[in-house]
Design a protein around this ligand. Structure first.
Ligand code: ADE
Length: 249
C-alpha cells in the first residue's frame, strides 16, 4: 500500500509532513509532494489548494506519477444539515458535484457520459477512518485541544457521521442555498470544494479513496468567520490525530 494524503490548505495537514521519516520533497505541477514513511505507512502528502480542478489534478498526479494505491482527503467542511454540528466529523459514503448541471442534455448532477451522479468512497477505507475518528473523539480530543478552545467551539459531544458529501467550486455561506441543496440532495452531511472531484478521478483510475472532514461551520452567513477560526486552531489537531490512528490500525 502507498497512501496519498491530500488536504486543500496547510492548516488542514499541519504536523503530518513533520511526522514523516526523512521525507523527500518533489515539486510537480506547482505543488510540493512529500514522499516517505508516515508512522507505519508508505505515504505521499500534498496540498491540493482549493477547488475541484486543483483537487483532480493533485489526485491524478498522485496516482500516475507517485504510484499511490489509495487516497485519503482530509480537511474541513461546512455542515450539510441542521443535525450536523461544528466539531463533528464526516466520512463520505458517497460524493456528488453539486454544481454539475448539464441539463437538459443530462440529468442534473450527472457527470456527463459517465451515467453517474454519485461516486462512492471506498467502504473499507471509510470504515477505518470512521473508527479512527471515533477513537479520537472518545480518547484524544481532550489531550489534543485545550479546554478553552473546546469551549469556544462548543466541542462537547462531537459525533461521527457517514453519508453524502457535496462538492462545488463555491464557498457555501447562504442558509437558503444550503436548504435548497438539502432538498435536492437528501441525506447531505457536508459541503466542501474538492472531495467529489477526487472521488471521480479515483473511480476512473480504479483507486480506492476516502474523504474525511471536520465540520468547521454551518455553511450559513457566519461560515467565513467560523471557518477561519476553526481551521486556524482546531482542524490541524483533528487531521493529525485521526490520520495517526488510521496509520496504526
Ligand atoms: N469548507 C469548509 N466550509 C465550507 C463551506 N461553507 N463551503 C464550502 N467549502 C467549505
Amino acid at each position: 500500500m502507498r497512501l496519498g494524503i491530500i488536504s486543500a490548505l496547510a492548516d488542514e495537514q499541519q504536523g503530518l509532513v513533520e511526522a514523516m521519516e526523512g521525507p523527500s520533497r518533489l515539486v510537480h505541477g506547482q505543488r510540493e509532494y512529500f514522499v516517505g514513511r508516515l508512522w507505519k505507512i508508505d505515504a505521499v502528502c500534498v496540498l491540493s489548494r482549493i477547488g475541484k480542478v486543483a483537487a483532480a489534478m493533485t489526485a491524478t498526479t498522485l496516482v500516475e506519477k507517485f504510484g499511490v494505491t489509495h487516497i485519503v482527503f482530509t480537511g474541513v467542511a461546512g455542515a450539510g444539515d441542521k443535525s450536523i454540528r461544528v466539531g463533528d466529523i464526516v466520512v463520505a459514503e458517497s460524493l456528488v458535484q453539486h454544481d454539475m448541471d448539464a441539463s437538459p442534455l443530462f440529468p442534473r448532477f450527472e457527470v456527463p457520459l459517465t451515467g453517474q451522479t454519485h461516486f462512492l468512497g471506498d467502504h473499507h477505507l471509510g470504515q477505518q477512518l470512521v473508527s479512527a475518528a471515533q477513537w479520537f473523539l472518545n480518547h484524544g480530543l481532550e489531550d489534543a485541544i485545550s479546554e478553552a478552545e473546546r469551549n469556544v467551539f462548543s466541542l462537547t459531544q462531537p459525533r461521527v457521521h457517514h453519508g453524502l458529501v457535496a462538492s462545488g467550486d463555491q464557498f457555501m455561506n447562504d442558509k437558503a442555498r444550503l436548504a435548497q441543496l438539502n432538498d435536492d440532495l437528501p441525506g447531505l452531511v457536508a459541503v466542501e470544494m474538492e472531495g467529489a472531484a477526487v472521488a471521480q478521478v479515483c473511480h476512473e483510475l480504479g483507486v480506492p479513496c476516502a474523504v474525511i472532514r471536520a465540520i468547521s461551520d454551518n455553511a450559513n452567513e457566519n461560515a467565513a468567520t467560523d471557518f477561519m477560526r476553526f481551521v486556524k486552531s482546531v482542524a490541524a489537531q483533528y487531521a493529525f490525530h485521526i490520520v495517526r490512528r488510521f496509520c496504526y490500525q
